[in-house]
Design a protein. Structure first.
Length: 300
């Protein structure tokens, strides 16, 4: 346990250093908050970085309009507890304004539409650094990211043109209109996240723990029955004992069958898992390069 504790404290110190470095180098940073465990841990680290003062920059949530109610309730309660400024970018508003078109069809999702809403929110608030909870172990496109990930004036990412980060020296120089995505927990793993949540006693949305929910299976993914998805003729809704390993749009976020009702249970389950936590994300299954394609367009 001493080795594990030391390892987590080293990751914590590194992340707090990156958060403070971001605050010192940029004029108007923010945290991209999804309501998932990684953004919750990032927010907790930001709280520790500036304690006893409150977090000195806003949290930004890009709301698809198809979020789990439990996620929104948790988000609002956390913002009240932290006394933080929350800025919400609405995908529904982007649709109403004609900036994006709602997808149609049985597999329709608003996930890709988030990019336009995110870029508009960054532009309207003049954010020059957006900190996110992405980790390199999650997905191959995210493994290519630096701590400080440069975006051009159109919000686009070029994976072949990234800056070296030797000896923890971060280069935040940019031209007018450009910005950065910053990933303070890049070096953490899913197991690190869960062990840190247990260590720090961090509160999470109830969706992460085992519960009864009406679900159905589509293309091998367990999806929650909701008002935004129509079941096909060959699909059957049934009560299942599930939990969610990631948090996102209800139309594409898959659950796993699980009886893990405590953090200790989840840690044991993650240790034995043979599928990555994003293995149940339907948006990642659209193509082999779906995440990288979205990131190049300006996605998180």
């Amino acid at each position: 346990m001493k080795h594990s504790l030391s390892h987590l404290r080293e990751l914590e110190a590194e992340s707090i250093f990156v958060i403070r470095e971001t605050f010192s180098q940029f004029n108007n940073p923010c945290i991209l908050f999804s309501g998932g465990k990684d953004s919750i841990v990032l927010t907790h680290l930001a709280k520790k970085a500036f304690w006893p003062a409150r977090i000195p920059f806003p949290l930004v949530h890009i709301d698809t309009g198809h979020n789990f109610p439990e996620t929104i309730e948790f988000r609002d309660r956390l913002m009240t507890d932290l006394n933080c400024q929350l800025i919400v970018g609405s995908v529904q508003e982007s649709i109403d304004q004609g900036k994006v078109a709602e997808e149609t069809g049985i597999n329709a999702s608003r996930n890709r539409l988030q990019t336009t809403t995110l870029l508009d929110t960054i532009e309207s608030n003049q954010f020059d650094a957006c900190m996110g909870g992405a980790r390199r172990d999650e997905e191959k496109a995210r493994a290519k990211e630096r701590f400080f990930s440069h975006r051009d004036e159109f919000g686009q990412w070029d994976p072949k043109n990234q800056r070296p980060e030797l000896w923890n020296l971060f280069n935040g120089l940019k031209h007018y209109g450009e910005n950065f995505r910053v990933f303070p927990i890049s070096n953490w793993t899913e197991m690190d996240i869960w062990q840190y949540i247990l260590l720090e006693k961090i509160e999470l949305p109830s969706l992460y723990f085992s519960h009864q929910r009406e679900c159905f299976i589509r293309n091998g993914t367990i999806l929650a029955v909701n008002e935004f998805l129509n079941l096909r003729d060959n699909e059957e809704a049934k009560e299942m004992t599930v939990r969610f390993r990631t948090m996102g749009d209800m139309t594409i976020t898959g659950a796993v069958e699980s009886t893990a009702s405590t953090l200790e249970d989840i840690i044991g389950e993650v240790a034995a898992a043979r599928q990555t936590e994003r293995g149940g994300r339907a948006d990642d299954q659209r193509s082999e390069t779906s995440m990288e394609d979205r990131k190049k367009e300006g996605y998180f």
